[in-house]
Design a protein around this ligand. Structure first.
Ligand code: ADP
Ligand code: MG
Length: 236
């Protein structure tokens, strides 16, 4: 079984450099694990949106991404699919700790991301956790060491980094900054900077923002390395 899985992973990875975003007509045209493809199909996701076509391809290739895309363009799957694939290819298990962190400006948005992850990630074995203000901090603290994919708001994440001895992100593989402009508008600039400084530098980072203000550019400079710029609507 594990030999089969190894060769499936090797095959997928061998296809990453051949991805041509313009040629992608359906999710099946992307080199994705069967577990992810089944999760997508079961939820009636068949045709990727423009941002998904571009961002997923570059993310699978291991690139950092600076994504400019409006609300409703489908950013959630554009970053959740790369997270699932990266952890799948690394054979991540519950014992490996936090492999991916998604930072979202509000509780509501974080919750929506978490729900989408539960739906499409259903066939994978990763654990996901929602870490947002207004929940029981003690309960969160104890569970923290068992979470593989963390969906969180900036303030609560920094609180765990500062106060929770069980919080360990030293093996983090991927960081997602969703709606970065809104995070900054809400006054989280210092918090975001502190979070990024606490994270291991050897990681992949995807940053999404509807607008590209000076403060977004500053955050991009701090968090991304040689990013690929993805802005589907500008090219159309
Ligand atoms: P954004 O984060 O860019 O605002 P979302 O990821 O929340 O966008 O997606 C917006 C809506 O589009 C959601 O209802 C989502 O289920 C739907 N959606 C996203 N991707 C697809 C797709 N490939 N096919 C069909 N519907 C999709
Ligand atoms: Mg969104």
């Amino acid at each position: 079984k594990s030999v089969e899985e190894d060769s499936a992973i090797q095959y997928l990875q061998s296809q990453y450099d051949k991805i041509i975003p313009e040629d992608i007509k359906s999710f099946k045209d992307l080199p994705l694990s069967q577990k992810t493809l089944r999760g997508l199909k079961d939820n009636n996701y068949t045709v990727p949106t423009d941002i998904q076509k571009q961002a997923i391809g570059y993310a699978l290739q291991g690139k950092d991404i600076l994504g400019a895309a409006k609300t409703g363009s489908g950013k959630t799957l554009a970053f959740l699919i790369p997270i699932l694939e990266l952890l799948f290819c690394k054979k991540w298990t519950r014992l490996d700790g936090v492999g991916a962190i998604v930072i979202s400006p509000t509780r509501e948005l974080a919750y929506q991301i978490y729900e989408t992850l539960r739906k499409i990630g259903h066939f994978h074995d990763f654990s996901a956790g929602l870490i947002i203000g207004g929940q029981n901090l003690k309960f969160e603290k104890k569970r923290m060491d068992q979470i593989n994919i963390l969906i969180c708001s900036p303030g609560r994440l920094l609180q765990h980094m500062d106060e929770n001895p069980l919080f360990d992100c030293s093996s983090l593989q991927m960081l997602i900054l969703d709606e970065a402009d809104r995070c900054l508008d809400m006054g989280f600039q210092t918090t975001m900077n502190a979070i990024i400084e606490n994270l291991p530098p050897k990681r992949q980072t995807l940053l999404f923002s509807a607008t590209q203000t000076k403060s977004v550019k500053d955050l991009a400079r701090l968090s991304l390395s040689f990013p690929t710029y993805v802005a589907p609507h500008e090219q159309a």
